[in-house]
Write a protein that binds this ligand. Structure first.
Ligand code: SF4
Length: 334
């Protein structure tokens, strides 16, 4: 794509206004400016949008994404968009969710290797076995699951609505899959009996409680520590607030008097918030999701220009329809 020096400079300046808050120099922004310009131009030509999860790198979030957020926010955007093509800069189960909700759209992932340890922890066949073992018990599936698992579940939840939905369900006992840590967290906030499963997120399960103790020792009451509900109980025990990433964002936005935060979640969120709340200080967890980091400007450009067959999400219609029912029940209850 032929672009003038003036256009490149203007684009680098646009990028720099956001990325300087996470240590990018103007020269760094000049290097990626041709890529972001080409991606944004191609989006218009192809009537495409880019949905980016908060854990991808800030050059994607602030350079080319049309919307960034958590699983729930991204699912809603996928369902509502008029675009013909959705480039899902996140992990594969999220792109599957977009396809379940918008089957008429072309949903593309920059990297097919962008998996998820939670989604990989359980299959549809495993859920069928659980239902045989606990007949009649409602199956609540965290959205971090594959389409065939969602198809076997009664309802989906995200970290943003799990507590609310589980408490509203007309059932005293539920099967909660696949995140064992989130199931443990749920036991703290609901009276329902929770039958759990052995899945964990490799990122949140590796957040070390001693890092939280160190931050507390160093800053005392001058720090607010926020944790994702995928964290293990010994982390949850030590923090001030537990929610998904959108809940953390709301908390920060509604507490302008608090100036320093530690985020016990994927480290990319600290970058995003550093740009969005430049007057606050964010201490990340230093734990990165290797799957999310498979998303790069270069593979987004390639996927937009000429996607390979394995980058285009397809789901058998019978599974998609059943999985959509579980997602629709979630939207009705949230
Ligand atoms: S951060 Fe954890 S839950 Fe999220 S995609 Fe990575 S492995 Fe999966």
């Amino acid at each position: 794509m032929a672009v003038s020096e003036t256009e490149l400079h203007k684009e680098a300046e646009r990028l720099y206004q956001n990325l300087k808050n996470v240590g990018w120099t103007f020269e760094d922004c000049e290097i990626i400016a041709p890529l972001t310009l080409e991606i944004n131009q191609l989006k218009k030509e192809k009537n495409a949008i880019i949905l980016a999860h908060s854990y991808v790198t800030p050059d994607i979030i602030f350079g080319v994404a049309d919307y960034s957020g958590d699983s729930l926010g991204l699912s809603k955007q996928a369902a509502e968009t008029d675009a013909d093509i959705i480039i899902f800069s996140g992990v594969v189960f999220m792109a599957e969710t977009a396809k379940i909700l918008s089957p008429e759209k072309t949903v593309i992932v920059p990297s097919r290797e962008a998996g998820c340890s939670l989604a990989d922890a359980i299959t549809g066949e495993d859920v069928r076995k659980l239902k045989e073992q606990f007949p009649g018990v409602l199956v609540v599936a965290y959205v971090n699951t594959t389409a065939d698992v969602k198809a076997e579940a009664d309802i989906c939840v995200t970290s943003a609505n799990v507590e609310d939905i589980v408490n509203k369900l007309d059932a005293e006992r539920i099967i909660f899959i696949p995140d064992k840590n989130m199931a443990n967290y749920l036991r703290r906030v609901t009276d329902k009996e929770i039958i759990d499963y052995e899945g964990t997120c490799i990122v949140h399960d590796n957040i070390n409680p001693s890092s939280i103790e160190l931050a507390r020792e160093r800053y005392g009451q001058d720090i607010v520590i926020l944790a994702h509900s995928e964290c293990p109980p010994d982390v949850i025990d030590r923090v001030d607030f537990v929610e998904g990433t959108s809940g953390m964002r709301k908390y920060i936005a509604s507490h302008p008097e608090k100036k320093r935060f530690m985020l016990a979640t994927e480290c990319g969120l600290a970058d995003r918030f550093s740009v969005e709340f430049p007057d606050r200080e964010f201490i990340g967890s230093c734990v990165l999701c290797p799957y999310m980091k498979r998303n790069e400007l270069r593979n987004i450009l390639q996927a937009l220009k000429d996607p390979k067959p394995d980058q285009i999400i397809t789901i058998p219609e019978e599974i998609r329809v059943k999985a959509k029912r579980s997602l629709d029940r979630m939207f009705e209850m949230s």
